[in-house]
Every structure is written in C-alpha cells, then in structure tokens.
Design a protein around this ligand. Structure first.
Ligand code: GDP
Ligand code: MG
Length: 304
C-alpha cells in the first residue's frame, strides 16, 4: 500500500467512504443527494466539480438501479479517478539529458505552506536518484529562512547558495545560485523563494525578476506552487495570485497528513489547470511522494 493511500485512509472519515455510505442506501431521496453534494463541498472538492459529480452519480444510479455495493463502489471509484484526471502529465519537467545543463526548479507559494521543507525533501529525492543538486535561498527576508534551507542542505548533502544579509536582493541570490549550478555542472537547481509579499504587483515584480535573472544563466524548467492542503478554499485564492504572478507548471500539496480532506486536489487542478505532481505527508525528509491518482482515490474511499 502506498503512503498516500495509507495516510488518507487513516483520516477519521474519508469523504469517499461517506459518499459510498449514502450511495448504497436503499432509496436515495433528494435530501440524500444534497448530503452527497454537501459531503463533496466540505471535502474541498469545489462547487463546480461537486455539482458535476452529483449529476454523474445520479445518472449512474438511474442506470444501474443502485443495488450491488461492489458495483456502486466501482462506479464511484471510476468517477473520482476521472475527476482527478489520470491523463495529466505529473512527471517533473527536467532538462533533456543531452542538454548538458542543470534542470531548474523554482518553489513558490504563501509563507508557511512548506516551500523550504519541500525543497529539502525534493533535493533528497534527487540525491537518492544519484543526481547532484544545488539549492538557492532566495527567501532573504530573514536569515532564519536561509538557515533553514542550509540545515536541509546539510541533512541531504547539498550545497546552498545564500546571502548572509537580511533583506538582500533575492534575485541576486537566485542569479548566483544559477551560476553555481552551471559551473558545478549540477543536475538540478532548486530555488526557494519568499511568500510574504504585501500585494500582487510586488509579488509579480519579485518573482518575475528572480525568474529573469536565473534565465540569464539557465532556462527554468519547472515552477512548483506549494499549497497547504489544510487551508482549503482560502489557499486556492492565494494560489491563483501566484499562478498569475509566475507561470506555474505543477502543484505540491503539503500537509495531506494533517486534517486535510483531500478534495482540494480536484479543485486546485481545475482552477489552475495544472497537475498536482507531489504531495507532502509529514515533516520528515522522506515525507514527500509523487502524486498518484489511484492511491489518492483508494485513500479517500477509505480502502484498507
Ligand atoms: N505535517 C506536515 N507539515 C509540513 C509539511 N510540509 C511542511 N510542513 C511544516 O510546515 C511548516 C512550514 O514549512 P516551511 O517549509 O518553513 O514553509 P515555507 O514558509 O513555505 O517555506 C514547518 O513546520 C514544516 O515542518 C507536510 O507535508 N506535512
Ligand atoms: Mg521558507
């Protein structure tokens, strides 16, 4: 069993399981269908996707007559898989091997979502895969942010390019990090950024500048938006601002081990049109997993 599935199945009442309980009742009344929709909304699936799923499940129920629990489960499983969209490409964009240059990943997102932690975990995954990594601490608001990344670097054996000055220009750190990755002929450069910016213009400015200076040395392959799954629809609004500020190529959904209900996977992919590529399942170095739709749906159905 995958860890994603195990973690989700451990939540007190995974929403898929709650749906299944309603769908296998003898007679489904209007109020049961409302319960189905409420269950989806409360699980952060989002209004549009919830409405669509209810409509599909109602059609399915009319056709099958709703008798056999195993068939209901199979149907629900398939509908949920379709919503998560198994056809999205979830591989991390990397430089082509023949390009002979480091792949570049920029981490973006609101303060506290898990950018720095995910940068560290990701570095560890690449190192385990035999790749050489450089990290850049372009969150320069507080020295503590760079310290945190450096601690991760030490833990996973990866050099960190940083400034020693609070409030140094984040773009200049990013520029230096890209230069270092190129000179070292590293396989991957991961650039951590700050999330605490007062307004969108400010954010666009800063992220745009970070991207441009990196591109003086290396093309940017991936911009990962880190989103805290426990913040629900609130996090979604912020996510959109980041998506507009800098083109996002993938989403990392962190803290799926906490109180998150998981439906946010469906709503965020729809809203941003970008796949969830990785999920955070804890604070430890190994608590990062590639997002897999089958494990996800099994988990929210509460399958053992
Ligand atoms: N439970 C849990 N905690 C996480 C996860 N990812 C990050 N955190 C914690 O969230 C807090 C903020 O993380 P940090 O990486 O500093 O966020 P940043 O401000 O976006 O860089 C830290 O206490 C992390 O240990 C996760 O997947 N699960
Ligand atoms: Mg940070």
């Amino acid at each position: 069993m995958t860890r994603l599935k195990a973690r989700l199945a451990k939540s007190p009442n995974p929403f898929g399981k709650a749906l299944f309980a309603i769908l296998t009742k003898d007679h489904l009344s209007e109020s049961d269908w409302e319960d189905v929709e409420d269950t989806l909304l409360m699980a952060d699936v989002g209004a549009e996707a919830s409405e669509q799923l209810v409509k599909q499940l109602r059609d399915d129920a009319r056709i099958t007559g709703q008798k056999d629990p195993a068939a209901v489960r199979r149907g629900l499983h398939q509908r949920l898989i379709d919503l998560v969209d198994p056809d999205m490409d979830r591989t991390l964009a990397a430089a082509r091997p023949q390009a002979n240059r480091p792949s570049v990943i920029i981490m973006v997102g609101v303060n506290g979502t898990g950018k720095t932690t995910t940068a560290g975990k990701l570095a560890r995954l690449f190192v385990a895969d035999g790749k050489s990594v450089v990290m850049g601490a372009a969150d320069t608001f507080r020295a503590a942010a760079a310290d945190q990344l450096e601690t991760w670097g030490g833990k996973v054996g990866v050099p960190v390019v940083r400034s020693d000055r609070d409030g140094a220009d984040p773009a200049s750190v990013a520029f230096e990090a890209a230069g270092r990755a190129k000179n070292d002929q590293a396989d991957v450069l991961i650039v951590d950024t700050a999330g605490r910016l007062q307004n969108k213009a400010n954010l666009m400015d800063q992220l745009g500048k970070i991207r441009r200076v990196i591109e003086k040395n290396l093309p940017v392959d991936e911009v990962l938006l880190v989103l805290d799954a426990t913040t629900g629809q609130n996090g979604m609004i912020q996510a959109k601002v980041f998506a507009q500020a800098i083109g996002v190529t993938g989403i990392v959904l962190t803290k799926l081990d906490g109180s998150a209900k998981g439906g946010i996977v469906i709503s965020v992919q729809r809203e941003l049109g970008v796949p969830v590529k990785l999920v955070g399942l804890g604070e430890g170095p190994d608590d990062l997993a590639v997002f897999d739709p089958e494990s996800f749906v099994d988990g929210i159905l509460g399958d053992e």
